[in-house]
Design a binder for this molecule. Structure first.
Ligand code: C5P
Length: 358
């Protein structure tokens, strides 16, 4: 992976991994609360939230890409000197916008269409899943994305997995299975409107899109030139159409026939918890991009497994989530599997420092 910049002397790689773990735990709790705290007819539109996230993430990425333009797309004078002009000169500003436009709409920008569509589907599925499963159950079951990420890494990135890693993946599937058994039988008082089967189907599908989109994004980022923030802008641009589609075709909202504008009711019931969900997702998207760039999808899996413990403890305190022996057992198996998966592969014939690889 690329050399990592640092924040206050700490490598961005680790700062982003730890922040992602905390963000993941917070997101599950906030998102779950935002969905179950109101009656289904009083809740906000998940599709509108997904669209807002893409708009905000895209705007932030655009501002960063604009500010960093000279570092990845420098402009030179005929004598080889780099162009330097006042940032407030209108012509220079226009020139910068033009250069940024050329970067964003470079011929290979279409590569981001695939992960963009997959992520929009995944982000919508996530809402279905958290609305129908306990926060902690969702968190543990969503770890199955390590399995799909591994499978897509083997197929698309031609990664080789050691027998220990395959064993860890098998253990992961077993752990998730154990957690599923417990959530079928037991319901907390807040779980009246939940449909566990629907939740599991949504989370399973989200694991597939997560693995494929993550590996595809890593492939584009590491196998072709292009600034991370420009790639993020492209990702958000390609997300807009699929994110808008469910809003336009939804029976409750849609466009106003006289004004042609999308009805303002798409933002109905957007309270504090809905906004908190959107902002936490924006942060998560930006952190995910940093982690994929400076670490990889496998380390990202490790960071998110840490979030199980965090969100599990918070879930007990906030939602009176009751731990059963099967849930605890399943969670421990998932954590052990994740730890095993993240151990460096060692060959005993050579010196460990040389032969161990992640
Ligand atoms: O669950 P998973 O880790 O796959 O979720 C990744 C999340 O990060 C998705 O919500 C996706 O929209 C977001 N993302 C992003 N920008 C990237 C990569 C992922 O916003 N470059």
């Amino acid at each position: 992976s690329s050399p990592t910049p640092s924040i206050c002397g700490l490598p961005l790689k680790y700062v982003s991994l730890v922040t992602l773990a905390v963000q993941n735990a917070a997101l599950t709790i906030i998102m779950h609360y935002s969905r179950v705290s109101a009656a289904p007819s009083q809740t906000y539109s998940a599709a509108a939230a997904v669209l807002l996230v893409e708009l905000l993430k895209g705007t932030i990425s655009l501002v960063i890409a604009f500010a960093r333009l000279d570092s990845y797309a420098p402009q030179y004078l005929p004598n080889g000197l780099q162009v330097s002009s006042s940032p407030w000169n209108p012509w220079a500003l226009l020139g910068r916008f033009h250069r940024l436009g050329k970067e964003v709409f470079r011929p290979d920008c279409w590569k981001l269409a695939i992960p963009a569509i997959l992520y929009v589907i995944q982000n919508n599925l996530q809402f279905v899943a958290v609305s129908n499963l306990e926060a902690a159950t969702f968190q543990v079951t969503y770890q199955m994305k390590i399995l799909t990420t591994a499978a897509f890494s083997v197929v698309l990135l031609r990664k080789k997995l050691s027998p220990v890693k395959w064993l860890a993946l098998l253990l992961l599937a077993v752990g998730v299975g154990i957690v599923q058994i417990q959530s079928g039988g037991h319901k907390t008082p807040t779980a009246q409107d939940m449909n566990a089967f629907k939740g599991f189907m949504a989370v399973t599908a989200a694991c597939f899109t997560s693995g494929l989109a993550g590996v595809y994004f890593e492939m584009v980022l590491k196998n072709s030139p292009g600034d991370l923030w420009v790639r993020n802008v492209q990702l958000s641009l390609f997300s807009l159409l699929p994110a808008l589609a469910p809003i336009v075709f939804s029976s409750q909202t849609g466009s106003n026939p006289t004004t042609g504008l999308i009805s303002s009711s798409i933002f109905a019931n957007f309270g504090v918890s809905a906004w908190a969900t959107v902002l936490t997702q924006v942060l998560g998207g930006l952190l995910t991009a940093l982690v994929i760039k400076y670490a990889d999808n496998i380390l990202k899996g490790f960071a998110t497994s840490l979030s199980i413990v965090i969100s599990f403890l918070a879930s007990m305190a906030l939602f009176h989530f009751q731990m059963t022996v099967t849930f605890a057992l399943g969670s421990v198996v998932v954590l052990v599997a994740t730890w095993m998966y993240n151990q460096p592969d060692c060959s005993f014939n050579e010196t460990p420092a040389r032969s161990c690889r992640r």
